[in-house]
Design a binder for this molecule. Structure first.
Ligand code: PBG
Ligand code: ZN
Length: 327
C-alpha cells in the first residue's frame, strides 16, 4: 500500500517550501525593551541577562538610534529611579527617569515608537505594583488607590512624549482609569497596550534583577494571574477591551502559547507576546555553553509566536533578530 497523500511533495525543493510557507517573522513585528538608570555613560550588563544592559539616558539615546537603524519600529522603556518610596514618586514625577528618557529619545529619534511601561514596582520601596496598607506583609495591593497613581504616571509619561502607554500592574480597572486620565489631559489619541493577561511567573526572575523590582516580601499572586488558568485570560481581555485597550499583551509567551492563540481568536485587536527575561536567559545560557544554535533556536521561537497568533513580539533578542533577518 502506497500513500495517495504525500505532504512531502511540497517539501522537495527550497523554493517550493518558500511558496507554501504560512508564517514569516519580520523586523516590523519587534519591540525592544530598554532599562534606564540615573547617571551618565552608564552601561551595566545585567548578570542574569547577557547582552542586556542598564543604560543611562545618553546611552539609551545611542541605543535607540541603533534600534531604529536596524529597522525595529519601537522600544519599551523601563526605569530604575534614584530613590524608591511607598508612593512610587519616581513613577509619576515629571522629572522621573522614564519621563526624561522618553523626551530624550523622542528628540533624537522622533520616528521611533516609544512605549513606556506604566507600573509602580520599580519605584515602590517594597517592590509591589501598587499601594499597600501599612504593615501588610502579604502584599495585597490596594486596587483603587493604585489606580490614581497609575493615572498620574500615564499622564506624565504622555506629557514627556510617549507614543504608547503600556500598563502592566494587573489592577482591576487600570485601563479605564488610565484612559480617563489621558482623555482629560488632551491625549485622546494616545494608544494603550494593556498587559491584559499577565501571569504570576517565575520567568520574570532576571527582569527583577534588571529593573531592581523584586517584591521585598510576599509575591504578586493577588494581582497577577494563576498559571493554571486559561479561560480567565478571556475574562481579563474582555474587560480591558471594554475599558478601551487598543492592543493586548500576553505574558510570558513560551509557556502560554495557547493563551496567545485564544486571545487572538477572541479579539480583533493587535496581540503582543512578551518573550520575557527568563525565556531569554535560558536561551542565552545554553547558547553560551555551545549547547544550542542560538540563531536557529531564536528564529524558531519567533516563528512559533507568529504561528500562535502574535502580531507583535516584545523580546530582548530583537536586535539580533533584526540583524539575522537582514543577512
Ligand atoms: C512588572 C513587570 C514585570 C515585567 C515587566 N513589567 C514582571 C514582574 O516583576 O512582575 C517582566 C518582564 C520580563 O520578565 O522580561 N510590572
Ligand atoms: Zn509592576
Amino acid at each position: 500500500m502506497f500513500p495517495i497523500h504525500r505532504p512531502r511533495r511540497l517539501r522537495s525543493h527550497s523554493q517550493l517550501r518558500r511558496m507554501v510557507q504560512e508564517h514569516v517573522v519580520t523586523t516590523a513585528d519587534l519591540m525592544y525593551p530598554l532599562f534606564a538608570v540615573p547617571g551618565e555613560s552608564v552601561a551595566r550588563e545585567v548578570k542574569s541577562m547577557p547582552g542586556v544592559y542598564q543604560l543611562s539616558i545618553d546611552k539609551i539615546v545611542e541605543e535607540a538610534k541603533q534600534v531604529y537603524d536596524l529597522g525595529i519600529p519601537g522600544i519599551i522603556l523601563f526605569g530604575i529611579p534614584e530613590d524608591k518610596d511607598v508612593e512610587a514618586t519616581g513613577a509619576w514625577h515629571d522629572c522621573g527617569i522614564v519621563q526624561r528618557a522618553t523626551t530624550a529619545v523622542k528628540e533624537a529619534v522622533p520616528d521611533l515608537v516609544v512605549a513606556v511601561d506604566t507600573c509602580l514596582c520599580e519605584y515602590t520601596s517594597h517592590g509591589h505594583c501598587g499601594y499597600l496598607e501599612v504593615g501588610d506583609l502579604a502584599g495585597r495591593v490596594l486596587n483603587d488607590p493604585t489606580l490614581e497613581l497609575l493615572k498620574k504616571t500615564a499622564v506624565s509619561q504622555a506629557q514627556a512624549g510617549a507614543d504608547i502607554i503600556a500598563p502592566s500592574g494587573m489592577m482591576d480597572g487600570f485601563v479605564q482609569a488610565i484612559r480617563a486620565g489621558l482623555d482629560e489631559n488632551g491625549f485622546e489619541n494616545l494608544p494603550i497596550l494593556s498587559y491584559a493577561a499577565k501571569y504570576s511567573s517565575a520567568y520574570y526572575g532576571p527582569f527583577r534583577d534588571a529593573a531592581d523590582s523584586a517584591p521585598q516580601f510576599g509575591d504578586r499572586r493577588t494581582y497577577q494571574m494563576d498559571p493554571a488558568n486559561g479561560t480567565e485570560a478571556l475574562k481579563e481581555i474582555a474587560l480591558d477591551i471594554a475599558e478601551g485597550a487598543d492592543m493586548l499583551m500576553v505574558k510570558p509567551a513560551l509557556a502560554y502559547m495557547d493563551i496567545i492563540w485564544r486571545v487572538k481568536q477572541a479579539t480583533n485587536l493587535p496581540v503582543a507576546a512578551y518573550n520575557v527575561s527568563g525565556e531569554y536567559s535560558m536561551v542565552k545560557a545554553a547558547a553560551l555553553n555551545g549547547w544550542i544554535d542560538e540563531k536557529k533556536v531564536v528564529m524558531e521561537t519567533m516563528t512559533g509566536f507568529k504561528r500562535s497568533g502574535a502580531d507583535l513580539i516584545l523580546t530582548y533578542h530583537a536586535k539580533d533578530v533584526a540583524r539575522w533577518l537582514a543577512e
